[in-house]
Design a protein around this ligand. Structure first.
Ligand code: SF4
Length: 376
């Protein structure tokens, strides 16, 4: 439901010759779960260059509760609720928590450099053909948080206790501003933003940059950081073998005329190997222990589960992911067709194996309003 065409014009920055004008061009309330979608337009002007026009979205979403370490039956109910009609909706309604919503924020405007299966922000998604990749920096993020919260408050959404999730509409790996963005949130939104989460497919950063996991570790090690807002890290792994690369570069591989396996093997170097991800997870945990933070916020390894997902629980352990340094998150693919989804039989076997290995397992269902589809 399109409620209005709101237009706020903000000139937020003039850095050398660059100026940015951001407009909140449209808001959409999604009553199914109380989400609010906000669409932004940005115009970048640099002297002597053609103006850049960028579009992206932020969204307020309710949190989920009681989705960790459920019984197998409950877990399957939450995981598969979209395919269970009204009874599924009812199951889901019991896990929605509107008291501490999450603000979804983008890290790139235009398009994401990765090419994940089914993602509308992927670099090779047909509609993104002529769009440029533009990293979103600290000043833009400050405005996005302030304006998004003001807008949410007007719609009656609780904005005094929120989490921020940098997820969708971009990836944390190529954004060089993560540390300054976090510091800005810490300084400008104390007692409002309680949690900040960065998400990434764990690309190999170019030119000696830190990975998002290393940035999180650095923030935790900084004596000025007192533990608020809580910071957490999520890596989307999708599979434990070469299919991880095929998922993250799915749309690029699809377009390529050559042998898909050979292309995937070539692209493999663009992702951080999973043993390195595990090592960096451990460093995040160790940094919290050293600072005396309690409880430890374990990084999350996420699998978007399709009918073809391959998760080898033994391989996870061999890579170095264990119950002390990793939470496993399972989420169903965002698809209208139940045939794309993981079957109950495969889900049950996987869920039992993960539980037996001692992992905390969290479910991240597709949101009832579908707002993630709009933000990535
Ligand atoms: S799912 Fe995330 S990382 Fe992958 S293409 Fe989409 S926005 Fe980028």
């Amino acid at each position: 439901m399109n409620e209005q065409n709101k237009f706020i014009e903000l000139k937020i920055k003039e850095r050398e010759e660059r100026s940015i004008i951001m407009n909140l061009s449209e808001t959409e309330s999604l009553p199914k779960d109380g989400s609010l979608l906000m669409k932004w337009h940005q115009k970048d002007t640099v002297a002597g260059k053609k103006d850049k026009e960028l579009n992206y979205a932020t969204a307020m979403m309710p949190g989920y509760e009681n989705v960790r370490n459920l019984s197998l039956e409950e877990a399957w109910g939450v995981f598969n609720y979209k395919n269970d009609g009204e009874s599924g909706e009812q199951v889901m309604a019991n896990h929605i928590d509107k008291s501490s919503p999450t603000l979804l924020l983008p890290l790139q405007a235009g398009r994401c450099p990765f090419d994940c299966l089914g993602c509308t922000f992927a670099a090779s998604f047909p509609a993104n053909k002529d769009k440029k990749i533009q990293q979103i920096g600290m000043e833009e993020t400050r405005v996005l948080i302030k304006e998004s919260l003001d807008e949410a408050q007007k719609k009656g959404i609780i904005t005094s206790d929120i989490g921020i999730s940098f997820v969708g509409s971009g990836d944390a790996t190529p954004n060089p501003f993560l540390e300054e963005i976090f510091k800005m949130i810490m300084k400008e939104f104390p007692n409002v933003v309680r949690r900040v989460r960065f998400s990434t497919v764990a690309g190999s950063p170019k030119g000696g940059y830190s990975t998002p996991m290393q940035v999180v570790e650095k923030i935790i090690n900084n004596p000025e950081y007192t533990g608020q807002p809580q910071i957490s890290m999520q890596v989307s792994a999708h599979h434990t073998n070469i299919k991880r690369v095929q998922h993250v570069f799915s749309q690029r591989i699809e377009k390529s005329a050559s042998d898909p396996i050979a292309v995937a093997e070539k692209l493999q170097k663009l992702l951080l190997p999973l043993p390195e991800v595990a090592q960096q997870f451990q460093q995040i945990v160790d940094a919290q222990k050293e600072r005396g933070f309690e409880p430890i916020r374990k990084p999350t390894l996420t699998f978007v589960c399709t009918k073809d997902t391959e998760i080898d629980v033994e391989a996870l352990a061999n890579y170095g992911f264990n119950k002390e340094n990793t939470v496993i998150q399972l989420r169903p693919i965002l698809s209208e067709d139940p045939k794309d989804c993981m079957s109950e039989e495969v889900f049950s076997s996987l869920y039992n194996k993960l539980g037996f290995a001692g992992y905390d397992v969290v479910l991240m269902p597709v949101s009832p309003s579908g707002v993630e589809l709009e933000t990535g």
